[in-house]
Write a protein that binds this ligand. Structure first.
Ligand code: HEM
Length: 520
């Protein structure tokens, strides 16, 4: 301001007035700060600028800048974004302490502008509710996933319903990619993976699948970037209200995406209501409708109908984008490291051969493949932060006082690249997850990877997600060689978001492979 005044861009009166406003804002902010109880420390962190806080230092890649800042300020740090203080947690032990041992204190979700638009503010995963209603809804989601994914698949060779759905979709994907190769000689993997993965979750939720050319489904699932960019930790629109007024911001697309997504699912739910029969529960939507109609449900808490039925939005939404992103990263690492692809294929050929399809029960027999998937999760850290949390009461962490309702970012990327936990964290090396003899998975090392969150809000779809990634990957690699067109360099720089994606690349290719002979 002094600079503007000295340039003559601001009169002395305007300068004085602006200074008074700044002082007033600072005094108000200071006086509204909670007193720190004796014996506890105040949270450390950068001071930041008035009104914008540390927005400039945080920049476009908060997972990287906040990791850097945590080296200076520690695992429990406070940064201001706009005028709002945010607690940033790093370090595996600190995060375990907060999310698991003090889980109740850190299980809330903050009231963020963007989150109010997800499922009209009714989302189980994103809304501010973390009390009895949230707990009852989370239980319903867990039961629904158990019944329609993990339960045995009657009349089929598959062990579970999920195995059956994924095996079928993966086979169709193999056929589709070969067809696309014949017609176009190259393809963008995200475009096809997203439909296959959405079909798996659609089979569980709605008992139906869609073709790879279904424009309505494509219009939704192919544009999930519009969701994950805005629903990320540190989106400035959530912290600086003025930015919501700027034309052309991604918030408009986000709102439209949410409306289209809700509308798409509402139509399917409406069809389900019309054909619903209590004696024939076809899928998750039917089972949720059934639960919502049970008057004498033997539960502690009665949930309104819409709070039960719209849980299908949480399941479908969480179920397609995350797994598609995971698989896209897997395919990209496979073309960047062809020798790793060869090793996985060797393991598949030796253990499964080519006469039968991969099954879930093969997982323990394919340790290198498992180690590869785990390394993709760690190295890409494509979910760099969990969904934002907030404190549910005043609490203490590592000797620091943390007030109630404080927004909390959990930096998973930092844990997965922490030099204290990993040797050469920036090197992509699946072997780090194998035992010394290379024949088993090292469970302790796997436990250190943070990608599904921890504690009370830990991902409810983790088992399903791990199954899906394993089965899709092994089915594709059993049958196909995946490469990138000659001369094309893959850009591995992710685009920051709730899930981080790679730039779309239309230069992937596949060829049908003949299995290698097992080593004598
Ligand atoms: C590789 C795939 C996946 C990853 C990396 C992943 C990761 C995560 C993470 C980090 C969270 C937030 C945890 C927190 O806030 O502390 C979460 C929440 C959630 N996930 Fe997943 N997820 C995946 C797949 C799935 C699938 C397949 C489903 C369901 C079919 C699912 C359902 C959910 C739900 C409902 C929540 C919200 C839980 C709550 O707020 O209580 N996820 N997931």
């Amino acid at each position: 301001m002094l600079f503007l005044a000295s340039l003559g861009l601001m009169s002395a009166t305007e300068f004085l007035l602006a200074s008074v406003v700044f002082c007033l804002i600072f005094t108000t902010l200071n006086s509204s700060r909670k007193r720190i109880p004796q014996g506890l420390w105040e949270l450390p962190g950068p001071v930041g600028y008035p009104l914008i806080g540390s927005m400039l230092e945080i920049g476009k890649n908060p997972h990287l800048s906040l990791t850097q800042m945590s080296k200076k300020y520690g695992d429990v740090m406070k940064v201001r974004i706009g005028t709002r203080p945010v607690l940033v947690l790093s370090g595996l032990e600190t995060i375990k302490q907060a999310m698991v041992k003090q889980g109740g204190d850190f299980m809330g979700r903050p009231d963020l502008y963007s989150m109010r638009h997800v499922t009209d503010g009714q989302s189980m995963s994103f809304s501010t509710d973390s009390g009895e209603v949230w707990a009852a809804r989370r239980k319903l989601v867990q039961n629904a996933l158990k019944n329609f994914a993990s339960s045995p698949s009657p009349g089929s060779l598959s062990s579970t319903l999920l195995e059956e759905h994924v095996s079928q979709e993966a086979e169709r994907l193999v056929t589709k990619l070969q067809e696309v190769m014949r017609e176009q000689q190259r393809f963008d993997p995200f475009r096809y993976l997203v439909v296959s993965v959405a079909n798996v979750v659609s089979a569980m939720c709605f008992g139906k699948r869609h073709s790879h050319d279904d424009q309505q489904l494509l219009g939704i699932v192919n544009e999930s970037e519009q969701f994950v960019e805005v629903a990320s930790s540190g989106n400035l629109v959530d912290f600086i209200p003025l930015l919501r007024l700027l034309p052309g911001n991604s918030m408009k697309k986000f709102k439209e995406f949410n409306q289209r997504f809700t509308h798409f699912l509402q139509n399917i739910v409406k069809d389900h209501y019309e054909s619903f029969s209590k004696d024939n529960i076809r899928d998750i939507t039917d089972s949720l409708i059934d639960l919502s109609q049970e008057k004498d449900r033997n539960t502690k808490i009665q949930l309104p109908t819409e709070k039960i039925v719209n849980l299908v939005n949480d399941i479908f939404g969480a179920g397609f984008d995350t797994v598609t992103t995971a698989l896209s990263w897997c395919l990209t690492y496979l073309v960047v490291y062809p020798e790793i692809q060869k090793k996985i294929q060797g393991e598949i050929d030796e253990t499964i051969g080519s006469e039968r399809k991969p099954r879930l029960s093969d997982r323990p027999l394919l340790p290198y493949t498992e180690a590869f998937i785990q390394e993709v999760f760690r190295h890409s850290s494509f979910l760099p932060f969990t969904i934002p949390h907030c404190t549910t009461r005043d609490t203490i962490l590592n000797g620091y006082f943390i007030p109630k309702d404080m927004c909390v970012f959990v930096n998973q990327w930092q844990v997965n690249h922490d030099k204290d936990l990993w040797k050469d964290p920036s090197t992509f090396k699946p072997e780090r997850f194998l035992s010394a003899n290379g024949k088993e998975i090292d469970r302790d090392e796997c436990e250190k990877v943070l990608v599904f969150g921890l504690g009370k809000r830990r991902c409810v779809g983790e088992t399903i997600a791990r199954w899906e990634v394993f089965l899709f990957l092994t089915t594709l690699l059993q049958e196909l060689q995946i490469t990138i067109q000659d001369g094309v360099k893959v850009d591995m720089t992710p685009r920051y978001g709730l899930t981080m994606k790679l730039k779309r690349c239309e230069h992937f290719q596949v060829t049908k492979r003949s299995p290698t002979r097992p080593a004598e």
